[in-house]
Design a protein around this ligand. Sequence first.
Ligand SMILES: [Zn+2]
Ligand SMILES: [Zn+2]
Length: 362
Amino acid sequence: MDITAAVARGAQAPFTLETLALEDPRPNEVVVRILAVGVCHTDLVTKSVFPPELPIVVGHEGAGVVEAIGADVTDVRIGDHVLLTYNSCGSCAQCEGGTPSYCQEFVMLNTSGGRADFTSPLSIDGERVMGAFFGQSSFATHALVSRRNVVVVDEDVDLVASAAFGCGVQTGAGAVANVMRPAPQDSIAIFGVGGVGMSALLAARALGVENVVAVDLSAERLAMAKELGATTVIDGAAEDVVAQVQAATGGGATYALDTTALNPVIAKALQAVAPRGTLVLVGLGEPSMDFEIGHLIGNGKAVRGCIEGSGDPQEFIPQLIEWHRAGKFPIERIVRSYPFAEINTAAHDAETGATIKPVLVF
Ligand SMILES: [Zn+2]
Ligand SMILES: [Zn+2]
């Protein structure tokens, strides 16, 4: 079938809306008509910094309605409303253990731009276009995805508000709910309240954590963090950020989250954690960093990595929907929607930080 997709052809070139041919689904695949898709920084970095192969269609926070299913798909029906998440193999130890974001095939299935066999379902006049980014390439009117990308949801779920549950939102919320697992009396300091950090803040509040500190350079974002329940907000440019976090948390935060992927910020986050506390890293960017080993050992601190929220999307995304339905997770407050045709404006606003979470609507 013919579809319209936003094609990335180079770092400097804008996304261009083009007509492409989409293959029929293989036995374990599903075709989804996309109604909304979030814009994640990974989409923009993939286009501008390290595309696996050009041209490519990115987009990996899709939401929509199932339009066709492969012969072996028995638990998803045509007409089902779905949120799309990352892809995973389903058969390695991590997938079988319920932590598919650590799938041994994760890189191939999500960031290569192709399927596991490096084929692509998309082409233009016979020219291959990479079309399986995160198993979905959903900056498009239709996406061909694997069954494992699909989370079926009720028809009354707001697909615009929840489009980003499949990546950016579960990355932040899962770092709190699945990795930190805080008690209400714990404190959490969040460094960088973009889409991921704000999702972490919302999850902390949904879990009843009373003391949540937000650190950011943007006064607007800090104001929003305050509205969404941060108890203390701190200007990241201040000289005494660590002392301010310690003052706000009675000597140090039980947990800190870094979303910035900047070594100077990570160093401050580690200092701001209380003895026996844990710093969780979710931002990819810096290749390495030096830790003061004595500071870690002498204070019993831990540093942990976490990707895509460390949970099982088939369980955690319904949890996020439940919180949202109950009014405990007002994600729509950080979402701004754009018509699909205005994808370049949405990308620009994501890069400048003017919009915390852009979502394209069709
Ligand atoms: Zn796997
Ligand atoms: Zn993402």
